[in-house]
Design a binder for this molecule. Structure first.
Ligand SMILES: [Zn+2]
Length: 144
C-alpha cells in the first residue's frame, strides 16, 4: 500500500492510494461465521429475530425491522429451497463468448427473508425446486 498526502495539516487533505482489494481479508462476523460453519456440515443456517420471529438466510446479526440484535440460530430445511430469480451469463470478464452459458440463481427458502446466490444447472426456472449439490462457496445447485 502506498500513501501520498496532498495539502497541509489542519486543512482538507487528499490521499492518493492504490487499493489492493484482492489482498484484503474481511471477517464474516458472528452471524456469518455461524452460516459458513453450517455450510461445512452441509447445513443452511439462518438467524431468528427474538422480537418478531423473522428468520434470515443467510444468518445475520440484526433484524432490519425491529433493530434488535439476533443471537439465535436455526437450521433451515434445505429441501425446501426454490429459485426466486436467475440470470444467464453468456460472456466472460473480457467479453469473450462462453462455450457454455453460466446460470446464476437466487435461491430462497419458504417463510424466511434473504436468499443465496448460487451457480445453477438443470431446468433453471423461477419457482423451480432446488437441490444443493455443493456446499462449497459459492453454492452449486441443480434445479429439478
Ligand atoms: Zn425482528
Amino acid at each position: 500500500m502506498s500513501w501520498e498526502k496532498i495539502g497541509k495539516e489542519g486543512s482538507l487533505l487528499r490521499w492518493y492510494d492504490v487499493m489492493e482489494a484482492d489482498k484484503y481479508e474481511y471477517t464474516v462476523g458472528p452471524a456469518g461465521e455461524q452460516f459458513f460453519n453450517g455450510l461445512k456440515e452441509g447445513k443452511i443456517i439462518g438467524s431468528k429475530c427474538p422480537k418478531c420471529g423473522k428468520i434470515y438466510v443467510p444468518a445475520r446479526l440484526y433484524c432490519e425491522d425491529c433493530f434488535v440484535k439476533i443471537d439465535s440460530y436455526v437450521e433451515i430445511n434445505k429441501d425446501e429451497a426454490y429459485v426466486d430469480s436467475y440470470t444467464i451469463i453468456y460472456r466472460d470478464d473480457e467479453g469473450n463468448k462462453l462455450d457454455i452459458p453460466v446460470y446464476i440463481a437466487l435461491i430462497r427458502f419458504p417463510n424466511t427473508k434473504g436468499g443465496i446466490l448460487c451457480y445453477a444447472e438443470g431446468n433453471v426456472r423461477i419457482g423451480g425446486k432446488v437441490k444443493i449439490t455443493s456446499f462449497q462457496w459459492p453454492l452449486r445447485v441443480k434445479v429439478e
